[in-house]
Design a protein around this ligand. Structure first.
Ligand code: BGC
Length: 559
C-alpha cells in the first residue's frame, strides 16, 4: 500500500509528513549471485516495502562508480553501475514501484564526483583545459602546505596534491571524491542536465547528498577553531575526528548555494519532482530553514539531529524544538531519521550499551512517526535489526579503516538484509556476500517475522496503518509539555484538533497524572503499554517500560 492507497497519489504535497523507506542497494537483495545487492533484487522484493505501508522509497546510489565510497563517488551520473544492473532494470524497478503506489526518490551526489569521472580526468590534465575550473583547484601556500586549514569529513586535510597541475584540489570526503566547483556556471548547468535526465525517466524525487557542501568560500578563508560557545548542538562527526575541532564557516553552507537550489527547484517543478536535501551542519536548523523556505528551494531537508548517541528525553525535545522553531517562520519542512547507512542502527545505538529490546525498538519507531516532519525508515529498522559486528579483516568502509578501533565505520549498519532465516546467507545471495550476514539477524529474518503476528515487522505495519488514520500525525503542528525524565510528551495540533503523544523512554514503569480530558485514541498499536487508572479523584496514566500513549481530548474524533 503506497501513496495512492493512502489517498495521496495525486497530491503534489504527498511528501509532507510522508514516510520514506531507505534502501541501501548493495545490501537489500542480490539477484545474480555476485554477493552484491542489485536493482532486480529490489524489484523482486518491493512487496515487502509496499506491505509496510510507506509512501516512498529512497534508493542510495546505484550509478556507475569505482565504489571507493560505495556509490557516493559517481563516475557517470547517467549510467547504472553494472554490479547493480542496467537502465532497463532501473525502468522495471520504477514501474513496479509505481504499480504498487510507491514513489521513487533517487540519490544524487552533486557536491562531488569520483576522481574517475571524465570531468575530473579532463580537469586534472592541465591548468588550461576547458574543464580546468570545474573542480576546486588552488595553489599551495609558499611553504608548500595546503591553501586552507579545511578538513575532510573522513579525516585529515581536505586538500590533495596533484603533481600534474602542481596544485591542490579540494575533497570534503575521500581524496577519490573531488569537490565540484559550483562557482563555475558551466558546472551548475552540467549538473542540472544530469538531474533532468532522471526527471525525464520518471523519478518522483531526489535525495541530494551533502547538498550544503556544494559551495566553498571563493576567498579560501581558514575556518576558525571550534570553541565551547561555537560548538553547534549536533556535531556531524565523532569527537575523535579533527573535523569536529573547527567551525565550518567557509568550507560549506555558503549563501551562494541558495540561488543554485532555486534553479534546481525550477527544474524539478517542471516535472513535479521533490527535493530532499541532506544538510550536515553543526548549526543545521537555520540552514535547513533557508533551504526549504516557502517552497523556493528544497521541499524538505534531512536532519542529522536524531542520529546522535545522546537520546535522553531532554535532548530529543531540544533537537525537535530547535528545528521546529527554525522552520516555523519560513514554512520549511524537515525529514527525521533515527537510522541510516551512515550511523549505528538505532536498536543498538540507543540501547544504553545494553542488549536490544523489542519494546524499545517499537518505541523509537512510534516516536519517529509521531514527530512533525517526514520520516525516513532505514531498511531493517522495521525488523528491529541491531548493529552488526564486522571484524577488522572484513571491514569495507574506508572511514572505518581510518578511525579503527575507536570508530568501526559504517559497515555494521550496512550488512545484508536477512530474508529467510534458514537459507544460506539469510536468502540474500547465493554467492559470497560483500559483507557477512550477521548471525543474530537471522532469527529476525523477514519470512519469520511475516509469519508472526507479534513480531516487530507486524507492529511496524500496524503502526504505519494506524498512522494513516491520524491526519494530525502527518501535518499537525508540534508543541512539547514539561515532563520529568525519561518521559517525552508532545502534542500535534491543527486548529482545535489535537493529539497528545507520551513516551516512556525508560526501562521502569512510569506513572503520571493523565492530562485533563484526554482519552486514549482507538486502535493504537501499543495500547497494551499504557493504562489509565483512577487514583482517588485523579486519573493516572501508567506507562509500562518503553510504553507509548496516544490520547485526544474526549469527544474529539479523528477522520
Ligand atoms: C552520505 C555518505 C557519504 C557522503 C559522501 C553522505 O552524507 O550519506 O554515505 O559517504 O555523503 O558522499
Amino acid at each position: 500500500m503506497g501513496s495512492s492507497d493512502s489517498g495521496n497519489g495525486g497530491n503534489r504535497e504527498w511528501w509532507r509528513g510522508a514516510v520514506i523507506y531507505q534502501i541501501y542497494p548493495r545490501s537489500f537483495m542480490d539477484s545474480n549471485g555476485d554477493g552484491i545487492g542489485d536493482l532486480p533484487g529490489i524489484t523482486a522484493n518491493l512487496d515487502h516495502v509496499a506491505a509496510l505501508g510507506v509512501d516512498a522509497v529512497w534508493v542510495s546510489p546505484f550509478f556507475r562508480s569505482p565504489m571507493k565510497d560505495f556509490g557516493y563517488d559517481v563516475s557517470d551520473y547517467r549510467a547504472v553501475d553494472p554490479i547493480f544492473g542496467t537502465l532497463a532494470d532501473f525502468d522495471a524497478m520504477l514501474a513496479r514501484m509505481h504499480a504498487l503506489g510507491l514513489k521513487l526518490i533517487i540519490d544524487q551526489v552533486l557536491s562531488h564526483t569520483s576522481d574517475q569521472h571524465a570531468w575530473f580526468v579532463e580537469s586534472r590534465a592541465s591548468r588550461d583545459n576547458p574543464k580546468a575550473d570545474w573542480y576546486v583547484w588552488a595553489d599551495p601556500k609558499p611553504d608548500g602546505t595546503p591553501p586552507t586549514n579545511w578538513l575532510s569529513v573522513f579525516g585529515g586535510s581536505a586538500w590533495q596534491w596533484d603533481s600534474r597541475r602542481r596544485q591542490y584540489y579540494l575533497h570534503s570526503f575521500l581524496s577519490e571524491q573531488p569537490d565540484l566547483n559550483f562557482h563555475c556556471p558551466a558546472v551548475q548547468d552540467a549538473l542540472l542536465g544530469e538531474v533532468r535526465f532522471w526527471c525525464e525517466r520518471g523519478v518522483d524525487g531526489f535525495r541530494f547528498d551533502a547538498c550544503n557542501h556544494q559551495f566553498h568560500d571563493a576567498l579560501l578563508r581558514d575556518n576558525p577553531p571550534a570553541s565551547v560557545e561555537s560548538q553547534g548542538e549536533v556535531s556531524t562527526v565523532r569527537a575523535d575526528n579533527p573535523y569536529a575541532m573547527q567551525q565550518h564557516l567557509y568550507d560549506k553552507s555558503q549563501t551562494e548555494n541558495l540561488a543554485f537550489l532555486e534553479n534546481l527547484r525550477r527544474l524539478l517543478d517542471g516535472y513535479g519532482a521533490v527535493a530532499l536535501g541532506e544538510v550536515g551542519d553543526e548549526n543545521a536548523p537555520p540552514v535547513m530553514a533557508q533551504y526549504t523556505e516557502l517552497g523556493k528551494r528544497l521541499h524538505l531537508a534531512y536532519s542529522f539531529s536524531l542520529l546522535t548517541a545522546e537520546h535522553s528525553a531532554k535532548h530529543l525535545r531540544h533537537q525537535v524544538e530547535a528545528l521546529d522553531h527554525a522552520l516555523a517562520p519560513t514554512g520549511g519542512w524537515g525529514c527525521w531519521a533515527v537510522s541510516n547507512h551512515d550511523v549505528p542502527r538505532v536498536a543498538t545505538r540507543w540501547s544504553d550499551g545494553g542488549t536490544t529490546d523489542t519494546r524499545r525498538d517499537r518505541l523509537w519507531l512510534a516516536l519517529l512517526l509521531a514527530l512533525r516532519g517526514s520520516a525516513s525508515i532505514y531498511q531493517g529498522e522495521e525488523l528491529g535489526l541491531p548493529e552488526a559486528e564486522v571484524p577488522f579483516e572484513l571491514l569495507q568502509d574506508p572511514y572505518g579503516r581510518a578511525f579503527w578501533p575507536e570508530f568501526k565505520g559504517r559497515d555494521g549498519c550496512r550488512t545484508p538484509m536477512p530474508w529467510t532465516a534458514d537459507a544460506p546467507n539469510g536468502g540474500f545471495t547465493t554467492g559470497r556476500p560483500w559483507l557477512p550476514l550477521y548471525g543474530p539477524h537471522l532469527p529476525l529474518a523477514v519470512e519469520r517475522q511475516a509469519a508472526d503476528a507479534g513480531s516487530m515487522l507486524a507492529f511496524s505495519q500496524a503502526l504505519l496503518a494506524w498512522r494513516r488514520t491520524q491526519p494530525l500525525l502527518r501535518t499537525g503542528g508540534i508543541a512539547f509539555f514539561d515532563a520529568p525524565e525519561p518521559v517525552l510528551w508532545f502534542e500535534r495540533r491543527d486548529g482545535n484538533r489535537s493529539l497528545h503523544a507520551i513516551f516512556n523512554l525508560g526501562s521502569a514503569p512510569v506513572s503520571m497524572p493523565l492530562p485533563v480530558g484526554l482519552v486514549p485514541i482507538a486502535g493504537q498499536p501499543l495500547a497494551s503499554t499504557a493504562g489509565v487508572q483512577a487514583d482517588g479523584e485523579k486519573r493516572m496514566l501508567v506507562l509500562a517500560p518503553y510504553g507509548v500513549f496516544f490520547g485526544e481530548p474526549a469527544g474529539e474524533k479523528q477522520i
